[in-house]
Design a protein around this ligand. Structure first.
Ligand code: HEC
Ligand code: HEC
Ligand code: HEC
Ligand code: HEC
Length: 222
């Protein structure tokens, strides 16, 4: 048993982790040096809580515990300025679903610890600045601040029209990348189509390898 435990500890010490613990999404008091830390020992609580989560209609992800961003003005992806404007999918007017969950921290308007149900080990969330996160818990710069202008980001909140765009693979063939809520024509590409926030085996939190751009080629027949 001791040997097994030691083995697990050694595994946990490597940078590739199939768990959120010890990654950039570990915002607990035990977070690695050089990134933001809070005062709670808990990890999941910044996004999920077992009780008193957001009301059902407001749950962007299962048992959502973070305050949802109130940003009202977004600039969504468009390809109107490129020589061949051939976008077949429909882009929502603003981020939807699980993508809105990401922006609740990554648009830089809300503290990473702006949560509904405070964990029992603390009275309120406090921060030690680190990485691109300041002492108030806001993501303030660097690559991780996506902001609200998404015109230079891969489209999200867009429908997947392999029926209209022959450059897209059939949804049923997707194994690592995924659509929301399920892999079906007309369902959406969201941030979590390419990212798994809980798993940094393929950094940065990708659902599969980028060697040979394999993740891109899940969807794009290129
Ligand atoms: C930074 C935010 C964040 C943190 C922290 C987080 N999650 Fe999640 N979780 C998400 C998002 C976003 C989704 C929905 C998208 C997806 O499934 O990738 C999700 C989905 C889930 C799901 C449902 C889908 C599935 O994979 O089965 C479970 C269960 C889950 N999380 C458990 C956890 C647990 C347990 C922890 C703590 C160890 C945790 N999460 C920490 C953001 C987070
Ligand atoms: C509770 C707040 C929170 C939520 C919600 C959240 N993130 Fe993050 N994320 C962070 C913080 C904090 C960092 C590290 C910021 C820094 O120091 O640069 C980060 C970093 C990242 C990184 C960079 C990792 C690296 O190794 O460089 C990726 C990718 C990422 N997040 C994707 C997502 C996606 C996709 C979602 C939604 C599905 C999401 N995050 C939701 C807080 C959050
Ligand atoms: C089509 C796939 C895809 C989608 C959709 C996507 N990402 Fe990424 N993301 C990537 C890849 C691939 C990387 C790594 C880029 C690299 O290696 O240079 C990345 C990197 C990042 C990083 C790290 C900083 C950086 O620029 O390298 C953050 C933060 C991030 N993504 C957040 C998000 C958020 C939030 C969303 C939704 C708005 C999102 N991503 C949607 C594929 C995607
Ligand atoms: C989960 C599926 C999925 C993954 C993975 C994915 N894409 Fe996409 N991508 C799409 C969809 C859907 C569109 C919109 C296509 C349309 O509506 O015609 C798109 C659009 C694009 C466009 C713009 C096309 C245009 O006409 O404006 C480019 C460029 C692109 N993707 C590159 C990439 C790259 C590079 C990667 C890997 C980092 C990637 N994609 C990963 C689904 C995906």
């Amino acid at each position: 048993m001791k040997k097994l435990l030691l083995g697990l500890m050694v595994l946990a010490g490597t940078s590739a982790m199939a768990t959120i613990v010890g990654t950039k999404h570990d915002l607990s008091s035990a977070a690695p040096a050089g990134q933001v830390k809070t005062n709670t020992g808990q990890v999941c609580v910044f996004c999920h809580t077992p009780h008193n989560a957001a009301a059902v209609a407001a749950q962007l992800i299962p048992l959502w515990n973070h305050t949802t961003t109130a940003t009202a003005t977004w600039q969504m992806y468009t390809n109107a300025n490129v020589p061949v404007a051939n976008l077949q999918g429909t882009v929502d007017a603003s981020p939807t679903g699980a993508s809105l969950a990401c922006f609740s921290c990554h648009d830089g308007t809300l503290a990473v610890g702006a949560i509904g149900n405070i964990p029992n080990d603390v009275a309120s969330i406090t921060y030690t600045a680190g990485g691109n996160v300041n002492g108030s818990g806001l993501i303030t710069g660097g690559n991780t601040l996506l902001g609200t202008d998404l015109r230079n980001d891969h489209p999200i909140a867009i429908t997947y029209q392999d029926n209209l765009d022959t450059g897209l693979n059939a949804p049923a063939t997707l194994t690592t990348a995924r659509l929301f809520p399920t892999n079906a024509t007309g369902n959406k590409v969201q941030c979590a189509s390419c990212h798994d926030v809980h798993n940094s085996t393929f950094a940065p939190f990708l659902r599969g390898t980028m060697v040979g751009s394999a993740l891109c080629r899940q969807c794009h027949n290129k």
